[in-house]
Design a protein around this ligand. Sequence first.
Ligand SMILES: [Zn+2]
Length: 531
Amino acid sequence: MMTRERLYLFDTTLRDGAQTNGVDFTLADKVAIAKMLDDLGIDYIEAGYPGANPIDTGFFAKPQPLRAAVTAFGMTRRPGRSASNDPGFVALLEAEADAICFVAKSWDYHVRVALETTEEENLASIRDSVHAAKAKGREVLLDCEHFFDGYKANPAYAIACAKAAHEEGARWVVLCDTNGGTLPHEVERIVGAVCRVIPGDHVGVHAHNDTEQAVANSFAAVRAGARQIQGTLNGLGERCGNANLTSIIPTLKLKPDFAERFEIGISDAKLAGLVHVSHTLDEMLNRAPDRHAPYVGESAFATKAGIHASAIMKEPATYEHVGPEKVGNRRKLLVSDQSGRSNVLAELERIGLAIDKDDPRVTRLLDEVKEREAIGYAYEAADASFELLARRMLDEVPKFFDVNYFDVKVEQRRQNGDAEVLTTAVVKVKIGNETLINAAEGNGPVNALDVALRKDLGKYQKYIDGLRLTDYRVRILNGGTEAITRVLIESADETGEHWTTVGVSANIIDASFQALMDSIVFKLVKSGAPA
Ligand SMILES: [Zn+2]
């Protein structure tokens, strides 16, 4: 095989990604995420903006023991000042970082209006900043803000900014689509023009997803010669997000057009951990993972219809563009009222339940799924409840405990016009000959019930200590006063495994109770708890 060219990955989850609405990384989060990115094989980890806030300043206060180039972000020296006379700039140079990524204007309009300075002074600021950081022994990157819009307005000036950094010795000049509105064919043309002036192995791309083409724009830039891609895990980032490295990485590794030409720092073994990396970030952010995310989503390799399912069982390539195991995902043949025996058999095989395909219990299970789905259960979304159904059919679920009684009370108390809502739950659990009574308060009836149920499960308590609820979804089926409520609960445990359970009832508390019970029983089965 011919030698492949090296393509570099630059992650800005901790800097640009931290701009996401509702995202607040603690210092401990940042350190943990940086370790995870480093372990994955990312080349550059941009961790923040030292001096901008105590967390970022803290991150760069001491060297981080990482293999990747730890990168500090900041502005070029202020116009009209010398580098040594700009305290923010001096602090940036002092940061414990391997590389510094400066952001600079490259659109003449922004230079005039936002920076209120001359085009020449902006170029001088770029040159001085690169020079000072290099003199400090740092690797230097220059993010050319609004490069594509700037290029369209004044190509000569945009190129002059990029060239100033390159000639001063910046390792990378990064072309940023800051507003995210540039289209792939424009990116390809403009990056091509830049690469005629600056060698492509010194050019990077930083795309935003405002037309949902940040990933496509990144690849367009690579086709035109750029050799560094900047992006974030799960496409985190302000507005519509940054280029999604979770999609870019497997495309680079698994699509021959890229894989045969380029080498990246991520091994096949690390690629197989990508789903775990993606979910770990979601968990730290307390977000439900996007089920439809390419490659890593729960549904990325899910097939529902029975006729497709039987083809997939014979030959997975019939309906899959890459093998799910390559990214750590799995093929999922959804069990639902539309599915046939092949879906059920495939699920039983995945769960590890040995059963002959002509066993009458397979038909019974399929009939039961269909009956229950007719009254509102949804097993395609609730893999753990399906597994329990299947295991019960094979008598593989011990009777761990019984809940003989539960009571949930919601009261509103008014004092001086202020209303306070209090929720309490009481649960009676029978384990063998022992009866335990648990009471708990919660921030709502389902939470109180959950806390009470899991407060003391006697000899089983140690198996459920790591169990947590990660998502709770309610859907009202067939409307009106006769409405049926379906509750889906997603749980996770200390191993990072996720599972979903379902409950259906005319009463939302009862539906939630069923889903909570399935979740606990599933965890006990999974942990091998004795009867
Ligand atoms: Zn950005």
